[in-house]
Each structure stands twice: as C-alpha cells, then as structure tokens.
Design a protein around this ligand. Structure first.
Ligand code: UD1
Length: 365
C-alpha cells in the first residue's frame, strides 16, 4: 500500500482540539504519514503551546510563524508561506479545520497547487457576512474537495450552495473526541478547587468576537453585564488577548479587576478550562466551540450574538442566543431553572476521528 502524506493545518486556539483526535487516529494507520503544519496565527504559550501539550500533539513539522496582522496581511502571509511548503512537500491530502483566516488561506494555496484538500467542520453558516469567519467558511467550502460536516444543517447549507453530495460526508463533531480523549484528566483536574470555587456555584464568561470587543460602547455594556452577573454568582473570566487589549485601551480593566466575585485569568489551557466548564452552573460566551461543548455537557449557555452558525445547539442543545436587550431576563431564567432539557446531536459521540479516517482511506486508497 502506498504511503500517503497528509498535512494537518493547525493555526489558532480553536483548531488544536479539532486536529488532535485526527492526528492520533492517523498515527495508528500504517499507510498514513502525518505532518502538522502550524501557521503561527496564535503564538502565545497559553493560546497555542499549552494546547499542544494537553492534547499530546507532536512538535509541528512545519512552522510558518505568520503571527498577527490585518485580515489580508495574515491570510496573505499564510498563503505565501504555505505555498512554499506545499509545493516542496506535495502532500496527498491537506486537511484544514474550522473557520479561521489560516483555514481559508491554506485552502487557497493548496487548491491552486492542485493538491487534494479536505475541510473538517464544513457547512456551518451564520448567514452573517460581517463575521470574518463566515467569509472563511464560504471560501473554504467552495474550494475543498472533501467536506466533512458535523450536523444535518451543515449538509443542507452546502447542498443549497450547489455542492454535489459526493463531496459531502457527515462525520459528527470532532471536538467531542478531544473531550472524551481527555475526560479522565479533565475530571481529575483541580482548577475549580484551586480558584476556591464550589461546583455549580459559579459561571464562566468568555468573549473575544470583534463585534463585541472592538467597539468601546459594546465592550462597556459587556463589562456592565459581567458586574451584574457577579451580583448573583461568582464568575470566572479567562481573558482573550484581543479582549485584554480592548479592555486596556478603553480604560475598562480596573472596573473589573477590583470586583471580588470576579476571577480574572489568562486564557486557560484546555484541560483546566474544561474542568471549569463542566462544573459551572452556566456559561455566557460568544465563542463557537463553547456553544457545542456546553450542549454536549448539558450546561446552559447564553451566547452573546445575534446569530449562530451552530443552530443545532439552540434547537437540540442548551444554547440560547441573547443580546443587550434580553440578556438580564435570560440570566434570571437560567439562574432559576438550572438544567435545560437537551439532546446530544447525532454523531457527537467521540468517534468522529475514526469516521474521518475511513473517509480519507476511501478517498486516497
Ligand atoms: C481568531 C479567529 C476566530 C477564533 C479566535 C479564537 C479569525 C478571523 N479569527 O480570532 O475565529 O474564534 O481566533 O481565539 O481567524 N494575540 C495575541 N497572542 C496570540 C494570538 C493573538 O496576543 O497568540 C492578539 C494579537 O494582538 C492579535 C489579536 O490577539 O492581533 C487577535 O488575534 P487574531 O488571530 O487576529 O484573531 P482572534 O481574535 O484570536
């Protein structure tokens, strides 16, 4: 059997837990030579390295070191750097995950070189083109040869865009594989205890979307909301670098630093964060991945966005979209009603990586 060279593109924090289960599953296949390509979109220890360590990922075979920049700068640098690697290495398959700038940029570079390209977490749509991720999703899915989707709505979105069924394969949610792979370490972890918190008597809050944190007015409102939540319950707030920058430049940091019921932390490693999440009473977030993780774990989630590319988490899961006008009412309801009835979506079962491997085998061999 010919050995197949596979590139797994890892770029930013939410990518690492999508790449890891596939990396480990492919390691067990005698026909697969797997190489991790890190674009360097995220580069801080707590946005990148700690995830490699927790998820037992090997050192990247290629590091593109692109760093931060405007969208065009970042995507342009990734294209230029990955084109060199891709042209020299000629992988049999390039796998991109998620919806960050590097996902789109590596897809463009590899497809133009004629390399087979697959997108893991394809088909998600918020139908909101002001979100940079939506543009990345549309471009990536238009170009990739193989589209692995997490849910039926994603299949439907792709078909509506005229993509033939032969390119679409529903595999489930790969992030659940990462959680299950590390469940025993997550359960044994002591982050909740180390922060002096009592299980189910605290909330977790995260936000980093440009629409929420790049505007002084919106961020001021969110800081008001944070302080309001602490009048009911203790809050842990791991602060994303983008959010920290804005809090500093809009002069909002001291307001939250002095609140005794608010635990500000740096961005947390995966195991520590999941330990917090699974024992929290509820979560307030604008993240994509957290909407899915809370649905899987049955933790109520208030999402500070007008729309979601993950509607299944609202229809079947524990997620609820909210905004400035209704967040306080939603909060009351979550505080009073606790657990919401929910159904874990089909194929969110920790076995997605093996379905992806089967699909790769069918495609390549
Ligand atoms: C990116 C993704 C977003 C994802 C998020 C998770 C895009 C368009 N956005 O947004 O989909 O939800 O990652 O974090 O790809 N920074 C650091 N250290 C780092 C990385 C970033 O300090 O390791 C700072 C830089 O000042 C940078 C800013 O954070 O300018 C934003 O980083 P960037 O990668 O551009 O976007 P994110 O907001 O992280």
């Amino acid at each position: 059997m010919n050995r197949q060279k596979i590139h797994l593109i890892a770029a930013a924090r939410p990518n690492f837990m999508k790449v890891a289960p596939l990396y480990h599953a492919l390691q067990g296949e005698p026909w697969a030579d797997v190489y991790i390509v890190h674009t360097g979109q995220h580069y801080d220890m707590n946005m990148s390295e700690s995830f490699f360590r927790d998820l037992r990922l090997c050192e990247p075979a290629f590091h593109l070191n692109v760093g931060s920049g405007t969208h065009a700068e970042q995507a342009g640098k990734v294209m230029m750097e990955y084109e060199k690697v891709c042209a020299a290495e000629r992988p049999n398959l390039v796998v991109v995950v998620g919806d960050v700038n590097s996902t789109m940029a590596c897809t463009l570079a590899s497809v133009k070189l004629g390399m087979a390209t697959a997108h893991l977490e394809a088909g998600l749509r918020s139908f909101d083109r002001s979100m940079p991720e939506e543009i990345n999703r549309i471009v990536t899915d238009a170009l990739a040869d193989l589209l692995w989707t997490p849910s039926p709505d994603a299949d439907e979105n792709l078909r509506r865009e005229g993509i033939g069924s032969s390119r679409i394969k529903r595999v489930g949610n790969i992030m659940i594989d990462s959680f299950e792979m590390l469940r025993s370490r997550i359960v044994a972890d002591t982050t909740v205890c180390d922060l002096g918190l009592v299980p189910r008597e605290f909330a977790v809050v995260t936000f980093h979307r440009p629409s929420n944190v790049d505007s002084a007015e919106n961020l001021r409102q969110l800081v008001g909301l944070l302080l309001h939540i602490t009048s009911h319950i203790e809050v842990v707030f791991p602060v994303h670098p983008r959010t920290l920058k804005s809090l500093r430049s809009f002069g909002l940091l001291t307001r939250i630093e002095t609140c005794a019921k608010l635990h500000l932390t740096a961005p947390l490693p995966y195991v520590n964060f999941m330990n917090l999440l699974m024992q929290s009473r509820f979560v307030v977030t604008d993240s994509g991945g957290i909407q899915e993780e809370t649905t899987y774990l049955g933790i109520p989630c208030l999402t500070l966005r007008d729309n979601t590319e993950r509607p299944i988490t609202v229809r079947q899961g524990t997620n609820r979209l909210t905004g400035p006008a209704k967040v306080r009412t939603d909060l009351e309801e979550v505080l009073n009603n606790g657990q919401r009835r929910h159904v874990v979506p089909e194929l969110w079962d920790g076995k997605t990586a093996s379905r992806v491997v089967a699909s790769i085998r069918e495609f390549l061999l």
